[in-house]
Ligand binder design. Structure first.
Ligand code: TYD
Ligand code: MG
Length: 449
């Protein structure tokens, strides 16, 4: 027998309460408790052993590589750690309009597999219209289903036996076992639980789209992220063309990799070599520009840093930065002032990383300093130079991780000289690019100009 039970869930953090309260005692949010009916099965049999399951010593387990389906998208393969693992559930979250549906529809259309595309958000004709825009319809076996009932979806999936399921989005689904409306904590938990069970039982990989809340978290209970195998985050500056796909969690691979896409009128285009696009082709050398060699995951990427240093018009000098931590900028300015004697205290400093990319790689420091010095002295840095180094508080240039990888990327892109820390110990004979090793800011300034 099943018995009905009402509980209250906090819509913010997912904590369960037996009674209504004005404030959630767990996360402190007000008015977030919502009554939900959960069906609780009261059958509990005494466990009397299971013939199939037994305890195994870890030495005896023969681990095999999980079978993977390589997708036609190299960027996606890289982020997933080499392809989609059979029976895995991947959750992909991101701002509205960032391109989650486009990414997955493109995947469905390009795969040479039987794909079951479930949409609770768009009608079949809307999806077809979008598919026509994408113009890479190659898949003769892409089946659409516009439904929000998880029972019906799984029923159809059992009949169709697809190789791959896409569900857009988990927040629109509802299960008949729960009475609350779609998108609530208990519905999301129940629906994703059923989908995950289906995926594991039939070894069908599933992609779920997840909405995010206004502070960037995937909407619904945190437990959703614990339940799925992979959590991807699709983001990027909406005003810029780039979209970055990152793994926040990956049970089958590293979370350090990123995939880079560009939104064009034919959908999302993969960007194989981001550095080429991020660096503007200059016709003349401008002061205040410097190129930094950073790493996103294990992938080296060249970014252009622009600085503008001018005499402050108002009493208090302004410091502003786009794409770079402004506290770090202040620190670098203080180091320049104190350790190298540059008078920047009465100057406005503006800093910008072009391309709308945000990164927190400390190796950017050296390029930031170079661009500030270049703008301050109105002296252009050769466009054949690039920089990778962290600055310490005493003005020393510190070594950076994976220096050789960065150097070979810079060399590949045709740079002639790279400035790095003298503590990096790089075997110079290996590279064609000139490696300029510097130890202190003053030393760096002398060698740069
Ligand atoms: P969409 O995939 O609907 O976003 P999400 O599912 O994450 O909410 O992306 C929609 C945006 O992408 C929309 O604003 C228009 C743009 N877009 C293009 O620029 N080109 C295209 O070919 C497509 C399909 C969409
Ligand atoms: Mg969508």
């Amino acid at each position: 027998m099943a018995k009905l039970k009402t509980v209250y869930f906090c819509q913010n953090c997912g904590t369960q309460f037996p009674k209504w309260l004005g404030q959630c005692t767990n996360c402190g949010e007000w008015n977030t408790l919502v009554e939900e009916v959960v069906e609780k099965s009261s059958t509990s049999k005494n466990y009397s052993g299971d013939k199939k399951q037994h305890i195994i010593n870890i030495i005896e387990v023969n681990a095999q590589e999980e079978p993977r389906i390589a997708t036609p998208s190299e960027e996606l393969n890289r982020v997933l750690g080499g392809g989609i693992v059979l029976g895995s559930v991947t959750l992909i979250g991101g701002e509205p309009g960032i391109g989650k549906s486009t990414l997955l529809l493109q995947l469905a259309l390009k795969m040479r597999k039987k794909v079951f595309y479930v949409s609770g958000e768009e009608s079949a004709s809307q999806i077809k219209m979008r598919a026509d825009r994408l113009t890479d319809l190659q898949n003769p076996e892409c089946y659409l289903f516009t439904e929000t009932s998880v029972d019906k979806i799984l029923h159809e999936a059992k009949k169709l036996k697809p190789d791959f399921i896409i569900i857009d989005s988990i927040q629109t689904l509802h299960s008949s076992l729960i009475e609350s409306s779609p998108g609530t904590v208990s519905q999301i938990r129940e629906c994703s639980g059923e989908i995950i069970k289906f995926a594991k039982e039939t070894s069908t990989p599933v992609f779920l789209v997840g909405h995010i809340t206004k502070d960037g978290q995937i909407a619904g209970p945190k437990v959703l992220e614990h339940m799925v195998d992979v959590v991807l985050n699709f983001d990027g500056d909406r005003n810029h063309l780039f979209r970055l796909l990152r793994a926040n969690k990956n049970r089958f691979g590293s979370t350090a990799e990123i995939g880079i896409y560009e939104m064009i009128s034919q959908g999302l285009k993969e960007i194989k070599n981001p550095s080429e696009i991020l660096i503007t082709k200059k016709f003349e050398e401008l002061s205040g520009n410097a190129v930094a060699v950073t790493l996103e995951g294990n992938r080296p990427m060249l970014l252009e840093i622009q600085a503008l240093v001018s005499t402050a018009v108002y009493g208090t000098p302004q410091r502003s930065s786009t794409g770079f931590d402004s506290k770090r900028l202040n620190m670098l300015l203080a180091v320049l002032e104190k350790r190298a004697g540059f008078q920047l205290g009465a100057k406005d400093v503006f800093l910008n990383i072009t391309g709308g990319i945000k990164t927190d790689d400390p190796a950017l420091d050296l390029a930031v300093i170079a661009s500030i010095l270049s703008s301050n002295e109105d002296f252009a840095i050769s466009e054949k130079y690039c920089f990778a180094g962290e600055i310490g508080l005493s003005g020393e240039i510190r070594p950076i991780p994976q220096a050789e990888q960065r150097i070979s990327e810079a060399e590949k892109l045709g740079y002639e000289k790279i400035f790095v820390s003298n503590l990096n110990k790089i075997p110079k004979r290996k590279f064609g690019i000139k490696i300029e090793e510097v130890g202190k800011i003053e030393d760096f300034h002398e060698r740069l100009f």
